[in-house]
Design a protein around this ligand. Sequence first.
Ligand SMILES: [Fe+2]
Length: 286
Amino acid sequence: MKLKKTTYTINSLRHIPDMPERMRFAVLADFHGGDPDMVLDILRKDVPDAILITGDLINGYFPEGDGLIVEDRQNLLPFLESCAGIAPSFMSIGNHECLLCEEDLDVIRSAGITVLDNEWTKFTTGSGSVLIGGLTSAYAVSYRRFRDSLNDSLEEDMPYERYPFRRRPKDILKRPTISGWLDEFEKQEGYKILLSHHPEYWSLREPMLRNRKIDLVLSGHAHGGQWQFMGHGVLAPGQGFFPRFTHGVHYGPHGRLIVSRGLHNPFRCIPRLGNPCEVVYVNYLN
Ligand SMILES: [Fe+2]
């Protein structure tokens, strides 16, 4: 499968004193355990200031044994270690990471990745800094609540259930996000970037990121709408048929949304049409 590089050049919609003159980010969405070599080739040829991973690194099936999910996916940790060796790397949690437990996240952290699990951090480079936040998929929040409730009810001598029942909870479709922390994030000084796996959080469902004072939201998840005709996708998870947010740049009153088509096709039996996989680069010019 081919992988192309798509570059968007943007500037700030407002004056920000501490903002570097220029920055360059690579956005990696929906790796889904795909081919790391093609992605790493692009990153090594055009080294960005930071690598921003917007979730769905894995395919979210239950593991066969009791081992950690992230160690079960053989190409995942070498890929993440390579990313971290190329540039400072940050990730948010997508729906396919819903099963991951804190031990999984610790292993990802030990590979050199800053995991942003409903939190933000300051990233300083060159002459200035930006704030990078990560909004965790509601699927992950829902599964954690399910796991916590089961573990809370265990007798003292019963072992902790890392991946309880080997199935998803019935209420996962309720899909609540934890978005209260965004209120504080919005108030921060400086340029704010939010990694939000789901582009539908922009304006189709809570937390309605379009209306928040966030300069740049980066998303994936829609896989470009799987088939593209006349510049429009056909079907995307979370948005249904004829989705609005499958790729490209979208504008709100305070900032922008950039959606990646993703690095890999997770639906191996359904080919993409007119919809190449991509590494997105964002060039920021102040
Ligand atoms: Fe996804």
